[in-house]
Ligand binder design. Sequence first.
Ligand code: BGC
Length: 359
Amino acid sequence: MKRLISLLLVLALAGSFAGCGKKADEKADENLIGVAMPTQSLQRWNQDGANMKMMLEEKGYKVDLQYANNDVNTQIQQLENMITKKCKILVIASIDGSALTEVLRKAAENDIKVIAYDRLLMNSEHVDYYATFDNFKVGVIQGQYIEEKLGLKENPGPFNIELFAGSPDDNNALFFNGGAMSILQPYIDEGKLVVPSGQTEFSIIAIHAWNSATAQARMDNLITAHYADGKKLDAVLSPNDSLAIGIITSLTNAGYGTPEKPYPIITGQDCDKANVKAMIKGQQSMSIFKDTRTLAAKVVEMVEAIMKGEEAPVNDTETYYNGVKLVPSYLCEPVYADINNYKELLIDSGYYTEEDLQI
Ligand code: BGC
């Protein structure tokens, strides 16, 4: 009997210690949100991370914000840490959307919900929501800008264009390209638009890791191989600003930017400060403006709904198939900025100050 009582006592004590520990643990972690961003090397992700952290903290959440230096393994480790720390929700802007299947499985095993941020997470059923801008539309707007500035509807042409695409491990890159080509391909088929390099395949025009230097090197090669004879280059389809910077550097080095040899139409995306300055200097023609404040605010709404056990707001359930499931998505609206509207869009809205854009 004595032994039984002491055993019961020990058990009761152990139980209450475990209970204490758990309570303290739960308290510490009960509103921790993990935010995994790909890299600090591009302006936009710094803004995305900072906005998310600020807005979540304003709502009383704790935030574990990590940048992975564009290294997939670093991002996996960071996510594993977040799971160990018992984050309630993971918000992930991936580097390689297909490389996280295993760590997402671990998150699900630990009842952690997952929101794909800006880039879709592929090959996993454990992606609860996706918040992004309408990526196909981004490409459509870039294509339409080229169509309008070259007057493709009314002019017989032909006009020369070179095509670039984003990183092949980023699902967005395919959507941007698909959107732009939905506008440009008919003109190529008709012969109004000519690609002198003949390079139109996604796999050939894609720039790994959205790297500026790689884009610059490819543009150098295109100029040497296809434009050395003085052939006019009328437009370059660049899916984003980091590629546009490399393309502009290459063109400038090759003597573009003079009255005899003006810059072609060059598209972009993100409205990075350096690129808006390039627009002001007449080097880049346009950039898609994706207000990161809007995206962050939407993700915060999603986080709040999930924490309350409610459905998060979505406006698209048909577009983003990740290889396993259609991920319920919220698509924000992209618009374009160019020399004519950038002040209103970027300065009047408080996104940048005048000093930010001083050249
Ligand atoms: C984003 C773009 C960005 C690119 C490179 C894409 O997934 O949607 O806004 O320019 O990645 O970071």
